[in-house]
Design a protein around this ligand. Structure first.
Ligand code: HXC
Length: 256
């Protein structure tokens, strides 16, 4: 299926979703939002897919929600039509999402990266939540996910001043998983995605879900959730295969 604002490519067990509005620095309009939700939902339930890369162009992962589109909006419609609602469909994916960020990841761009599970940054990446300069605030999770990622003081600094930080500062702050030379970004993201996709799909999906829960609950409840899911793994064929393969000193062959 073809989309208007994104490209979807599948290579083996890895899918790549590329935001593709180059003349607008990948500004995230409602079409991008809907198409990304539809693409990721379809890939998520495809047993042949083990990891999904989300990326943009060299110059911009995404320079934010589409300001031209937002300039015309009024309050009643944003609420009744749930203007930003499709993004939550992306965050419901059980398949690991890897953001490969080159260039600008501003506003909604930074927020889409933070909807992913791993953020790989090119050394030219620039992250920021500049909404305050437009008379609004982050609206796709920035105030919540950024604060959980980097803590109160760095998040407040970024959100209240609107300043942009580079890849190094972002890594120091815990916003990115690793930094790579810009020209190696997709190769590195593909390597990470292939590694994850080569594992047991049950384990990867459940590990993502349980780890993500750490940000949403108390320690006691999170530990209980982890343990219940750990016990459930003993009901999968991959548990038998993984441990048998170890004991037989061979590579496991996962259920596909
Ligand atoms: C719509 C955008 C855009 C955006 C860039 N463009 N960002 N269009 N929405 N967020 C368009 C420009 O209008 C221009 O179109 C083209 O992309 C190239 O951009 P330039 O500004 O000419 O490029 P450059 O000079 O290199 O500057 C790059 C930039 C700047 C520093 C990233 O574009 C910029 O500041 N963009 C806005 C960043 C921002 O404020 N993002 C947060 C948005 S609010 P034309 O047609 O003129 O060539 C947000 C809210 C999320 O994300 C929360 C949910 C509501």
């Amino acid at each position: 299926r073809t989309f208007e604002t994104i490209l979807v490519e599948v290579n083996g067990r890895v899918a790549t979703v590329t935001i593709n509005r180059p003349d607008k620095l990948n500004a995230l309009n409602t079409t991008v939002q809907r198409e990304m939700a539809e693409a990721v939902e379809a890939l998520d339930v495809d047993p042949g897919i083990g990891a999904i890369i989300v990326t943009g162009s060299k110059k911009a992962f995404a320079a934010g929600a589409d300001i031209a589109e937002m300039a015309e909006l009024e309050y009643p419609g944003t609420f009744t039509e749930d203007f930003m609602g499709n993004w939550s469909r992306l965050t419901r994916a059980r398949t690991p999402l890897i953001a490969a960020v080159s260039g600008y990841a501003l506003g909604g761009g930074c927020e889409v990266a933070m909807m992913c599970d791993i953020i790989i940054a090119a050394d030219n990446a620039k992250f920021g939540q500049p909404e305050i300069n437009l008379g609004v605030i982050p609206g796709m999770g920035g105030s919540q996910r950024l604060t959980r990622a980097v803590g109160q003081y760095k998040a407040m600094d970024m959100i209240l001043t609107g300043r942009t930080i580079g890849a190094e500062e972002a890594e120091r702050a815990g916003l990115v998983s690793r930094i790579v030379p810009t020209d190696d970004l997709l190769a590195e993201a593909t390597k990470v995605a292939e590694t994850i996709a080569s594992k047991s799909k049950y384990s990867a999906m459940v590990a993502k879900r349980v780890t993500a829960r750490a940000l949403q609950t108390t320690l006691a409840e999170g530990l209980e959730y982890e343990q219940a899911n750990f016990y459930a793994m003993f009901g999968t064929p991959d548990h038998k295969e993984g441990m048998t393969a170890f004991n037989e000193k061979r590579e496991p062959k996962w259920d596909r």
